[in-house]
Design a protein around this ligand. Structure first.
Ligand SMILES: Nc1ncnc2c1ncn2[C@@H]1O[C@H](COP(=O)(O)OP(=O)(O)O)[C@@H](O)[C@H]1O
Ligand SMILES: [Mg+2]
Length: 360
């Protein structure tokens, strides 16, 4: 019998998506193919500590479990101690937010010289930044909402024309979205239609980032697709988010128990629209050099335009999340999806090993 692959499953983290990550970790642990893999859970607590395997197993059994003794856990800077786990063959990070999704954790795995699931450093960093994503999407002809970006020093200069609602709405219209360039879960995102709201929205968004995007509002519905793989990626079908309460897909609509948002999978859309969503997604996946996985989100207007919103390098991964559901629709079960993602991470690592690094 061949030996099982030892998987280090990282979940939790101190982001707004902490609870989702715990549920994802728990679901992955339950569904992973136990014939092929042994799971070693590594729980990063909401306070940013990382727990030992024994504690980590407890939270997988019971998501409400808290660390009893804070001295039992280590500070997050000690994540470098992952180096002391040579028995692990591959890491599966399901940690959302800045640390998990922006290339930082991916950089650590590279330094540790271990394979890992999901996007590599460059793609994670680029897709975390909504402005870089838009610039690259435009490069391959994928439509994006027209925008301006405001950097902290510009914001600090209160005479800067970008802070003037009337000036900005001349370029983008008066119906605007304001958002941190690097964030997720709709945190710090506002919809504004007047000068007063614009001022407040900028203040809110600058709490989270040093760069804020102001976009024209795209009226329509939200459609998403999922991509899996490295050099020859598979693009799943299209799902649609329906019936979101209020003006847009807010944090509450995404996560609250009483949210009325529903995922319609597959979306009930004409074939040509589905194909546009899918082909745009593939172009964006490739130009941002994604590998492993990404969920690609767009707005669909009433006149049939598909406008890219963002790329999620680490999409929600509970067994009822859009990403796994879209693959289930294709006939790839949640268990098989986990296997394929791990295999893609190992394949990328093995390939990189074949590259020459010497300059002589
Ligand atoms: N330009 C836009 N036009 C219309 N709705 C938008 C626009 N930008 C964002 N939204 C709404 O705000 C939500 C969150 O914005 P998004 O850019 O996806 O950030 P996040 O990374 O926080 O999910 C979207 O799902 C959508 O409902
Ligand atoms: Mg989004």
């Amino acid at each position: 019998m061949t030996q099982k692959t030892q998987v280090g499953l990282l979940f939790g983290g101190n982001s707004s998506e902490y609870e989702v990550s715990i549920v994802s970790g728990r679901n992955i642990y339950k569904a992973i193919d136990k014939e092929k893999f042994d799971v070693h859970p590594i729980w990063i607590t909401n306070e940013g500590y990382f727990a030992n395997e024994e504690e980590s197993f407890k939270v997988l059994e019971d998501p409400t479990y808290q660390v009893q003794d804070p001295y039992k856990v280590n500070n997050i800077s000690k994540l470098i101690e992952l180096a002391n786990l040579p028995e692990l063959d591959v890491f599966f990070p399901i940690v959302h937010g800045n640390l998990g999704e922006d290339g930082s954790l991916q950089g650590l795995f590279r330094v540790l010289d271990k394979p890992f699931v999901g996007d590599d450093v460059l793609a994670a960093a680029v897709t975390m930044d909504k402005e870089f994503t838009k610039i690259l999407a435009q490069r391959v002809g994928v439509p994006v909402a027209d925008w301006i970006s405001i950097k902290r020093p510009e914001y600090n200069d209160k005479t800067n024309a970008k802070l003037n609602y009337d000036v900005v709405s001349e370029k983008l219209g008066g119906d605007l979205f304001v958002k941190p360039s690097n964030q997720g879960s709709s945190v710090g995102v506002s919809h504004v239609t007047n000068a007063e709201e614009y001022k407040k929205a900028l203040e809110e968004a600058f709490k989270y980032d040093d760069k804020v995007l102001v976009e024209e509002t795209i009226h329509g519905s939200e459609v998403e697709t999922a991509v899996l793989g490295n050099d020859d990626p598979i693009v799943a079908g299209v799902g649609e988010i329906t019936n979101a309460k209020g003006s847009f897909y807010t944090y509450e609509n995404k996560y609250d128990d009483d949210s009325t948002s529903k995922l319609q999978i597959p979306a009930n859309l004409p074939e040509d629209i589905v194909e546009t969503v899918r082909s745009n997604a593939l172009k964006v996946y490739q130009i941002t050099e994604c590998s492993g996985m990404a969920r690609i989100d767009s707005m669909l207007t009433e006149d049939g335009r598909v406008v890219l919103t963002e790329v999620n390098a680490l999409p929600g991964f509970t067994n009822i999340s859009m990403y796994p559901k879209l693959f289930e629709e294709l006939g790839v079960s949640y268990t098989d999806l986990i296997t394929r993602l791990i295999e893609a991470g190992i394949e990328r690592y093995n390939h990189k090993k074949t590259l020459l690094h010497k300059h002589d």
